[in-house]
Design a protein around this ligand. Structure first.
Ligand code: FE2
Length: 215
């Protein structure tokens, strides 16, 4: 048999960070207490709806610990990508899905990375799904003997308490209906480079044949 190697071109990374119980239990309690103190009014939730807070939670003392964990986890993800640029949290908010609550598939525009941290999940509210970003891959989908990473166009990851998931902000994702009797609580965030507008977005190339302006 000739030697055959498989090259996985352009893979989509997903960082799944599981904190130890002694780390995440107190942080989750702190987040729940923080939410209770910051939310003074809960609107009526229509069927299938989700409650979301303002997007500036990272600026509040009550969320300092989770903000720090997001920071160290994102730094590690960027290091994996060989990126040393300074980054910032541009948005951080809580999602409260009551029973039946859904988050339809979406992306997080104008950011590089996004992520979610789980504060409270139960059986029936413990999944997040990601959609294949290659629309062409949906066109022909023959049956396979066994599923693997090369088959299927959707992947689910377990959403469990104390787990933080980081993914490219362009990767479409959603949350199926909360089929448990309890609220599902998560913290979402976006990450971007502050230097993007005034430095990073400049051309990465230099003209090989430069047309100079007259002096
Ligand atoms: Fe999202």
């Amino acid at each position: 048999m000739p030697e055959t190697t498989i090259h996985d071109l352009f893979p989509t990374p997903l960082w799944v960070v599981d904190f130890e119980e002694e780390i995440y239990k107190p942080i989750n309690a702190e987040i729940e207490a923080g939410l209770a103190s910051l939310i003074d009014h809960r609107p009526e939730v229509p069927s299938g709806g989700t409650l979301q807070t303002d997007t500036d939670l990272f600026e509040f003392e009550e969320f300092a610990e989770i903000t720090a964990l997001i920071g160290t986890s994102v730094k590690a993800a960027l290091e994996f990508l060989q990126i040393e640029e300074e980054f910032e949290i541009t948005g951080c908010w809580a999602n409260i899905n009551p029973a039946g609550g859904v988050n339809t598939p979406h992306t997080h525009p104008n950011n590089f990375l996004s992520g979610v941290y789980y504060v409270r999940t139960d059986d029936g509210s413990d999944q997040i799904f990601f959609a294949d970003p290659r629309p062409q891959a949906y066109v022909i989908s023959p049956p396979v003997k066994q599923d693997n990473i090369y088959s299927g166009n959707e992947a689910s990851i377990e959403a469990k308490e104390g787990r933080l998931i980081i993914f490219p902000a362009w990767l479409s994702h959603g949350v199926p209906a909360n089929q448990s009797a309890y609220e599902r609580i998560s913290i979402s965030f976006n990450i971007m480079f502050p230097s993007f507008g005034d430095q990073m977005s400049k051309p990465k190339w230099s003209p090989s044949l430069l047309l100079r302006r007259p002096k």
